[in-house]
Write a protein that binds this ligand. Sequence first.
Ligand SMILES: CC(C)(COP(=O)(O)OP(=O)(O)OC[C@H]1O[C@@H](n2cnc3c(N)ncnc32)[C@H](O)[C@@H]1OP(=O)(O)O)[C@@H](O)C(=O)NCCC(=O)NCCS
Length: 181
Amino acid sequence: MSSLSDSPESRTATDPAAAGTAPDPAADPAGLSLREASEGDLDSIWRIESAVFGSDAWSREMMREELVADHRRYLVLVDTDGAVQGYAGLLIVGSEGDVQTIAVADGVRGGGHGRRLMDALLAEAERAEVREVFLEVRADNPVARGLYRSLGFEELGVRPRYYQPDGVDAVIMKLEMKGRR
Ligand SMILES: CC(C)(COP(=O)(O)OP(=O)(O)OC[C@H]1O[C@@H](n2cnc3c(N)ncnc32)[C@H](O)[C@@H]1OP(=O)(O)O)[C@@H](O)C(=O)NCCC(=O)NCCS
């Protein structure tokens, strides 16, 4: 997703704080739960990142830096064996948040887990008193755009041919936290 020029291109419910760090299988019929990510999750996250994003994938080092950098909140979606099945990250600077990335492993998509991850990131944003959350999404990603729209994100504009080498536009979206759906 993403894009901030000074950080890896961002691509852009269980409450992770309430969930603590221990997976809670009861939270979801499929036994998937959310917890905070750590550097120890890098290999698992990286496997999903490279499989899902292909030529848009962050480098492993960029991903590692994201997991340890200040002002980030990263969450992982884990199954009952503790295997990572998805992840999402938020950058918070002052009153502004940026969804850095989100991905759910192919085998568990369409089960509401992307929405759970986004809800949890937005709950983090709320706790940090963020007023606006931004993200960028490929114009040719109707699933993600549908998810963001349903959460109240509005499209602000387009960065033409932002995603290279495919030459696909980036759609910039913003959510006003006050009075969000
Ligand atoms: C985008 C992504 C995170 C969504 O996660 P998911 O678990 O598949 O999505 P959910 O089951 O939570 O569905 C959330 C919403 O996405 C949309 N959606 C999900 N599957 C869809 C499909 N097959 N077709 C159209 N819209 C779809 C719907 O708006 C859905 O809401 P609804 O169920 O209330 O109708 C996931 O598809 C993914 O990892 N995609 C690849 C990586 C990616 O594109 N990341 C975003 C980069 S900006």
